[in-house]
Design a protein around this ligand. Structure first.
Ligand code: SAM
Length: 376
């Protein structure tokens, strides 16, 4: 277990690296770094999970429960929520730390219980903006498709046809939707005129989130940084859509359970396996097993695989690279198996949350972006 000095250093580093993209968390983290009583809250987490984001998510989860819905619980909650850009229309300026400290220590037992038993979880719908042009290319080649989202979390990316997209430049795709995803076209994106035909979808996850479970959804929301209010709002909207159009999400293991699901879905449309920020959580040997499993499947039926992962964190994947990639950049790759033969096409470089997309022929310009958030 990390000692208090080591944890303090983690908060200091977090404050340093988030100054620009998460000013609130940066300010709070700098305060925590000098506050052993608050640092001690995170010490309740298991070794390996003692990251500043876990403490922030625990406090955020309590704050969401206290301020969203049935009214604000008390002064301490109201005073802290006033600084959170996702909870206040006009976030307060000034020093938020005394309010964070008062709130977190006032709920110390609950914070410790959360960090001791929960790990951070995400489902980033913005990633659908990178899949739409790729799926459109596949539709032109193979016709209507069945999407199999592996590591699907709450299954929100299976609702891809229900979202609307705005590529700049490039125009809009899809009917107006409560989930509107804006994506900067940094070059060459083949923006489709219409939504690609994804006629069926299944998600697999070893720990799926049930969108009808309010506590589980609150935890998903709590793991979004409050500074990123746009991500928070679109997550809330996507959960609302998922409750209207429940996705087929199944508990299972990526390597073990995928083959039977792919065979089943091939009866509905051309099967497209999608991975986004999942395979970086596998060990090297697990990634090799996963690729071997897909190769075996591809020798049996025509199959496509869209990979949206960080090449530097997933070197065992068949992603063509010409130079070392920045750690947090996402590369979109399409692997095809046709009549038993595999081919690989690197399609694009993208922001990890889908805020921008750069198609392959322009790939050298802007492949890295200091504004990219860490993976999740
Ligand atoms: C960072 S989340 C990404 C979720 C989603 N793909 C997205 O882009 O928002 C990674 C997900 O992969 C799941 N996962 C990790 N290892 C898995 C495995 N071996 N089999 C199935 N799911 C797995 C986790 O439970 C988690 O929901």
């Amino acid at each position: 277990m990390a000692d208090l000095d080591e944890l303090s250093e983690r908060f200091r580093n977090f404050a340093h690296t988030t100054t620009r993209r998460a000013p609130l968390y940066s300010q709070l983290s700098a305060g925590i770094a000098d506050d052993p009583e608050v640092i001690a809250l995170l010490a309740a987490a298991p070794t390996g999970q003692q990251a500043p984001v876990l403490l922030f998510a625990a406090v955020h989860a309590l704050l969401l429960a206290d301020t969203v819905g049935d009214g604000v619980r008390d002064d301490a909650a109201a005073a802290l929520a006033a600084f959170y850009p996702n909870l206040a229309e006009q976030p307060a300026e000034g020093d938020a730390y005394p309010h964070f400290r008062r709130y977190a220590l006032g709920r110390a037992d609950e914070v410790k219980a959360i960090v001791a038993t929960t790990s951070t979880q995400t489902n980033e719908v913005g990633r659908c903006a990178q899949f739409v042009p790729a799926l459109s290319l596949l539709e032109a080649e193979m016709g209507p498709m069945a999407m199999i989202d592996v590591g699907t979390s709450a299954g929100l990316n299976l609702l891809l046809p229900h979202y609307s997209y705005e590529y700049t430049p490039g125009g809009t795709v899809g009917e107006p939707s409560t989930v509107h995803l804006e994506c900067q076209n940094r070059g060459g994106v083949p923006v489709p005129a219409t939504m690609p035909a994804v006629v069926a979808g299944v998600g697999i996850d070893r720990s799926p989130i049930d969108v009808f479970d309010d506590a589980a959804v609150r935890w998903l929301e709590a793991c979004v940084w409050p500074d990123q209010a746009d991500r928070f709002q679109r997550l809330v909207a996507a959960v609302g859509l998922a409750r209207e159009h429940p996705a087929d999400v199944r508990r299972g293991d990526a390597t073990h359970d995928l083959p039977s699901v792919v065979r089943e879905m091939a009866g509905h449309g051309h099967p497209v396996v999608v991975n986004s920020w999942v395979l970086s959580y596998f060990s090297a040997s697990e990634r090799l097993d996963y690729v071997a499993m897909l190769d075996a499947l591809g020798s049996e039926l025509d199959l496509s695989w869209l990979i949206a992962e960080s090449p530097s964190q997933t070197p065992e994947l068949p992603v063509p690279t010409t130079a070392p990639e920045p750690e947090h950049v996402t590369v979109l790759t399409l692997v095809r198996w046709r009549h038993g033969t595999r081919s690989v096409q690197r399609l694009a470089t993208t922001h990890p949350h889908g805020f921008w997309l750069q198609w392959e022929h322009d790939i050298t310009a802007g492949a890295s972006d200091g504004a990219s958030p860490p993976p999740c």
